[in-house]
Design a protein around this ligand. Structure first.
Ligand SMILES: Cc1ncc(COP(=O)(O)O)c(C=O)c1O
Length: 463
């Protein structure tokens, strides 16, 4: 039962059913959600809405259980590249969903999707399918360790590679913590794993060269998101990805691009196509199947060749399931037959430009950084954010207040300034106009509103 204060709040946001559901959920799901990232914890701590329950989605729009409609820029944290409930994907799935969903044997779609991927992604000479991004990066580092017979992994501050213990370090360390020191992002991670992780700052050319010359012979893999997409959107400095490749080649290290967010989104061949740098291994997930659960480890034949019985273990009961494979095949076919990425880029460019114009017009210090398919608005006096620590100057509180104001105007951003805004093939000019109008109205209100969102740091200190 909602108390008097919560009822007033629920009415202000028209979120009565959502707030009632969250109250019930708190009794059965820790924090009232199925994934920590779904809790709008800043708002929640400030006694604002913690979460919204969704009834349905179509195209670029979501409808919540109270009947509110939103233009969606979260897109399931990125996977929805074509649009929600996209007909061509549905139709393909329905061709398969009556044939059974699990056989403990492969189905023909696994081969045809792998062949399509091979022609689309520059480094995908061979692939293995899994279900989540977490599994894909976990398997990728095991393959790298099996191939090199080394153990250490280099990762970058601010990058997230899934929920397994091996890489859940320094995803969002406090800004005043020592730089480039492994900082566990959760309770429950064995201390012994600290010794296997070397943390670096993104775009720091000198540091990575120094580190590799010192530890190169012990390093199995360098793993990075080729565009940082879990601490806002931070592109690689010109030449940085190339340097990572050169250093990896020289020292026998496996370079892994974690393209779970960038893959099939920044271009059909991912960031590796956009930047012209071919990693040895990559992980993909989200946009490969327009939201259906799938992931993939892709790589050069020589490295992927270590996977197999009595060699490097990879497997999964649901790996390559026909429903997700059908969704992937239909999604890849849409890329092949429509100008999906051109259209997304046109829409995203107009949106980025429109937001920049509003910031300028309202004399608000801020930048719009990233790519049309994946970008972020950062309230800062800096011209550019180049690494995780640069984010310390950004006003996350203002962003969180803006997010709440936008909800009232039918536009959904994530409250976390580190989570990019995503665009999709179904966003259209009507969405564009409505979003910019909402932004123009919401920004002054967010500047005026005062509720205490935790301003200091979006990040939780675990130890
Ligand atoms: C770059 C990156 N890698 C891995 C993952 C983990 O993917 P999943 O949530 O499917 O396990 C994510 C999730 O957002 C991600 O952004």
């Amino acid at each position: 039962m909602l108390d008097g204060k919560k009822i007033a709040l629920a009415k202000e946001f028209s979120l009565i059913k959502s707030m009632e559901l969250h109250d019930r959920a708190l009794q059965v799901l820790p924090s009232g959600v199925s994934s920590n990232a779904r809790l709008w914890h800043k708002s929640c701590r400030a006694n604002r809405p913690c979460s919204i329950f969704i009834d349905r989605a179509k195209g670029s729009h979501l409808w919540d259980v109270d009947g509110n409609e939103y233009i969606d820029y979260r897109l399931g944290f990125g996977p929805v590249i074509l649009g929600h409930s996209y007909s061509a994907v549905h139709e393909r799935i329905h061709e398969y969903d009556e044939k059974g969903v699990i056989f403990a044997l492969d189905n023909p779609l696994e081969v045809s999707v792998a062949e399509k991927v091979q022609t689309t992604v520059p480094s995908a000479e061979m692939v293995r399918f899994s279900v989540t991004g977490t599994e894909a990066t976990m398997h990728a580092i095991r393959i790298a360790r099996g191939y090199t017979r080394r153990e250490k992994i280099i990762k970058f501050e601010g990058m997230y590679h899934g929920a397994h213990d091996y890489l859940l370090f320094s995803t969002e360390p406090p800004f005043d913590s020592p730089r480039a020191v492994p900082f566990p992002s959760s309770l429950g991670i064995p201390k012994a794993l600290n010794d296997l992780v070397i943390v670096q700052e993104w775009n720091d050319f000198d540091s990575i060269e120094r580190t590799i010359s010192k530890y190169g012979a012990e390093v199995a893999a360098i793993i990075c998101e080729p565009v940082m997409g879990n601490a806002a959107v931070i592109p690689p400095a010109p030449g940085f990805l190339k340097l990572l490749k050169e250093l990896s080649d020289k020292h026998g290290i496996v370079l892994i691009f974690d393209e779970v967010k960038t893959g099939f989104r920044l271009a059909s061949g991912g960031a590796q196509q956009l930047f012209g740098v071919k990693p040895h291994l990559s992980s993909f997930a989200k946009s490969l199947a327009n939201g259906y659960p799938i992931s993939m480890i892709a790589g050069l034949q020589e490295v992927m060749g270590v996977v197999g019985p009595k060699k490097v273990a990879h497997g999964g009961t649901y790996a390559g399931n026909p429903i997700s494979m059908a969704a992937a095949e239909a999604t890849l076919d849409e890329f092949g037959t429509k100008h999906v990425h051109d259209s997304i880029n046109k829409f995203g460019e107009k949106l980025m430009k429109g937001i920049r114009a509003i910031l300028e017009d309202k004399h608000v210090d801020g930048i719009v950084q990233g790519f049309p398919a994946m970008f972020q608005v950062l309230f800062t006096k800096q011209d550019e954010v180049k690494n995780y620590r640069d984010l310390s100057s950004c006003d996350f509180e203002l962003f969180a207040r803006l997010q709440l104001e936008l909800l009232k105007h039918g536009v959904m951003f994530d409250e976390d300034n580190g989570e990019p805004l995503f665009t999709c093939y179904s966003h259209d000019d009507r969405d564009l106009d409505r979003t910019l109008e909402a932004f123009e109205t919401a920004l002054p209100r967010a500047l005026e509103s005062k509720f205490p969102v935790e301003a200091e740091n979006r990040f939780t200190v675990w130890r």
